[in-house]
Design a protein around this ligand. Structure first.
Ligand code: C2O
Ligand code: CU
Length: 472
């Protein structure tokens, strides 16, 4: 049984160069944010150094190059897929003036991973969806640094697949500056033979496994991306998996590389691995140091092929040239991770499949389908054991809004690659994960599967976190 559709697009060695110079001319911040290669950055429209003001509009447009039959109709933020890179320094406030220019669909923007106020979280339970022609202003000061992303939170499976998704960085004020920063937004899109996005009527396979694309998209390109890099320099690559359902892995050749941050937060002890795992929604930051004698550095997306073998899809290739750097790994200045305290609260989320009265597949949390659910009340500021287990035999990238968590155990074991303050983690078929969180951000928060079709078919819970501090 395999849910994988073949990747039809073989990567033509294109010369298309997506290098985008951020427009910093209106930036009033004393230091403009670093130039990040990969996705064109949003302009800051507010000269106030404490505020970044970004204007976003969601509208239909078309993109060239995905198919030789001509342009593909998409939905995009500011006309680009992925949407503009939003970046700010820690401590800055972000104001996003958003306009919905979609002709028929209401939408919202959710800021994946940001621990902000729930009214700004972009879920329709807390915010009236933005109707066509309407506007909404999102304002918040993110408390954390790192790599994040944004996307709609209503008919999310369709809106994200059509192209509404974008990267976001909150730069640490005191981390060392890499020679080069890059952002890679990795997605798979399901195209018909004529290059148009396949419709969303759903079928059993899609309801069951989520929607798999047949074309790999990196920064909105189906072509191999190219650039230059210098030997023994230090680069910081930020990677997000925005696919509806497909878990992906990335690996780098021609360089020594390690994982320095996961889901935004820098790791006190970066780790090396054969391939970095990206369940849908997850981010990793990689430190990449090109080998002294390498001629190219390549990043590949790796996908499992049958049993215990991997297929490698090169998506980025940098020619190594120029003056060598020092080749020393950097101290990125990570804070120690909080040490879990003894827990005084337990919350269990059982993930499962069921059929509704018509015999159609639905996805449930604790036997409840979202929309016909009761909220789960939890005490805020309380050391909590959060047990998430799958009962369906299929994988679920579990995502919690508004809070971070740590993985205490996966089936009783500690997997070194589960380290970090996370917002998204893969729960494998029949697995049980024990997570630790303190629920320190009060409000109403979604906890759901980031296979967007599973969430759409009900696999989303509502957690109401009280202001109480009784756990202290
Ligand atoms: Cu990235 Cu609730 O979502
Ligand atoms: Cu799921």
């Amino acid at each position: 049984m395999s849910a994988l559709l073949p990747l039809l697009s073989l990567f033509a060695c294109g010369s298309k160069d997506p290098v985008a110079k951020p427009d910093t001319q209106d930036t009033g911040a004393e230091t403009p944010p670093p130039e990040v290669w990969g996705v064109a950055a949003a302009e800051d429209h507010d000269p106030d150094p404490d505020v970044v003001e970004v204007h976003l509009a969601a509208a239909p447009t078309s993109v060239d190059g995905w198919d030789e039959d001509g342009p593909t109709e998409v939905w995009a933020y500011n006309g680009q897929v992925p949407g503009p890179l939003i970046q700010l320094w820690e401590g800055q406030e972000l104001r996003v003036l958003f306009e919905n220019q979609l002709p028929e669909d209401e939408t919202t923007i959710h800021w994946h991973g940001l621990r902000i106020d729930d009214e700004m979280d972009g879920v329709p339970m807390l915010q009236d969806p933005v109707a066509p022609g309407e506007t909404f202003t999102y304002t918040f000061s993110p408390p954390d640094t790192g790599s994040y992303w944004y996307h709609p939170h209503i008919t999310t499976n369709e809106q994200v697949e059509r192209g509404l998704q974008g990267p976001l960085i909150i730069h640490e004020a005191d981390s060392p500056q890499a020679d080069r920063e890059r952002f890679f937004v990795i997605d798979d899109v399901y195209l018909r033979g004529d290059g148009q996005i396949v419709g969303f009527s759903g079928d059993h396979m899609t309801d069951m496994h989520g929607r798999y694309g047949n074309n790999l998209l990196v920064n909105g390109s189906t072509d191999l991306l190219t650039d230059e890099t210098r030997p023994l320099g230090v680069e910081r690559w930020r990677v997000v998996n925005t696919a509806n359902a497909r878990e992906m892995w990335v690996a780098v050749t021609g360089a020594s590389w390690r994982v320095i941050a996961v889901d935004g937060t820098l790791l006190p002890e970066p780790y090396t691995t054969e391939r970095a795992d990206l369940p849908p929604g997850r981010r990793v930051d990689l430190e990449v140091i090109p080998d002294a004698d390498a001629t190219t550095v390549t990043m590949s997306v790796e996908l499992p092929e049958g049993v215990a073998s991997w297929e490698s899809y090169p998506v980025f290739e940098a020619t190594v040239t120029g003056e060598p750097g020092a080749g020393e790994p950097l101290d990125w200045g990570a804070e120690p991770l909080p040490v879990p305290e003894e827990t005084t609260q337990e919350v269990t989320l059982n993930l499962n499949a069921e059929s509704d009265e018509d015999g159609d597949l639905i996805w449930v949390v604790n036997g409840q389908v979202y929309g016909d659910h009761e909220a789960i009340l939890v005490e805020g500021n309380t050391p909590t054991r959060l047990v998430v287990r799958d009962r369906s035999g299929l994988d679920h990238p579990f995502h919690l809004h508004g809070q971070f968590f740590q993985v205490i155990s996966r089936e009783g074991e500690v997997d070194p690659e589960d380290v970090g303050l996370l917002d998204t983690v893969m729960v494998g078929g029949y697995e049980e994960l024990e997570l630790y969180t303190t629920f320190d951000n009060p409000g109403t928060w979604m906890a759901h599967c980031h296979i967007l079709e599973h969430a759409e078919l009900g696999m989303m819970a509502e957690l109401v976190v009280s202001e109480a501090t009784t756990g202290e």
